[in-house]
Write a protein that binds this ligand. Sequence first.
Ligand SMILES: C[S@@+](CC[C@H](N)C(=O)[O-])C[C@H]1O[C@@H](n2cnc3c(N)ncnc32)[C@H](O)[C@@H]1O
Length: 375
Amino acid sequence: MVLVEQPLPDHFRGFAAVVERDGGTTYPAICRAVAEDDEVLSLLDGAPLPQRRPLLLLAAVHFLLLSGVEHALASHYDTVAEVRGIPLDRTGDVTVAFAAFCRTHRPELAELIATRTTQTNEVGRCTALLPGLCHLASLYGWAEPLALLDLGTSAGLNLLFDDYSYTYRAAVGDGTRRAGAAGSAVALDCSSREDVEHLPELRLPPVAARVGLDLSPVDPFSDDAARWLLACQWPDNLARFGRLRAALANVRVSPDPPRLERGDMVNDLERIAGTIPGDGPLVVFHSWVAAYLDEAQQRTLAREVRALGRTRPVHHLYCESPFETPGLPTPPSPVPREGPDLATVLVHIGPGGAPVRLADTHPHGYWIRWWPANT
Ligand SMILES: C[S@@+](CC[C@H](N)C(=O)[O-])C[C@H]1O[C@@H](n2cnc3c(N)ncnc32)[C@H](O)[C@@H]1O
């Protein structure tokens, strides 16, 4: 991941613009006020350098509010109001309430900022993962269970993709396709930029193993870790917050929770892959993580995944931003890029095969463009 060195106030202003583009309103207002407030900004002095970013401070405040700390700021956050069952009240100025909260709770915030790192686990990306895995399962006539290894797995929530329900709506025409576990509390909606008939057959592939590898895995069974993961989300996007909450609740009652391992996705890949029993197909997948590697490491990753194919059929499936992963063998887009969307691409490299660009997708899975040649 390329870290752009810039003054902290500019970082807050830039973050405000990003969240605004995503439809948020609470954080943009707060971030623009924090950019002018040296006392609040100084809270981030205690963060390790790569973590000196707006989201760390915002998440620390959100975490304390979700934990039950009483303050007027609580009633400005939709998420906190929902979790704590308190009424929303936005009559005061949220930026004044935020600064007051930071002054009153400075010691607790300083401790969180010094010891935590921002984290995400975006289950919305399963709207790309599901058709990708269906494509692979169909290569085996749906008969071979797939062993799954998720690199940069976070809390491992995407390894339970088959517990979620999916609705794909055609952006062109009025087609709809539903898949997955009907009635699941984790309900994922995705717009298909082509007709939905372009998508592959969507049924749940049999799964032989679910293993996740992460430098700092998030234990979804820990209340503290789960709350921190929730705190890293925007407080006014209830839909996204709600589905993460539902996915965290789901893993806790799962009869087959993923096995999470701590380690590096390049250096520990072979060791962890070696712990997955069987000689059936192994799918090594990753989403929104290869950007943390530099270009040379990305090349090494692609090579190392291919090398695992010495002992069993290995499929490399990834959903990454092509702009941040020049070391991955992503084929170019079949059509010139349209519009301003920042897309991620879903790529598959089968045993001995060339990379195939299966789809372009929204980074959080809100839309997909499945390239028709792949069905
Ligand atoms: C942006 S999150 C994405 C999480 C998940 N893949 C998803 O799509 O929701 C990136 C994750 O990659 C992990 N990570 C970063 N560098 C890593 C590395 N070299 N090896 C393993 N995990 C890494 C982080 O700890 C974090 O959990």
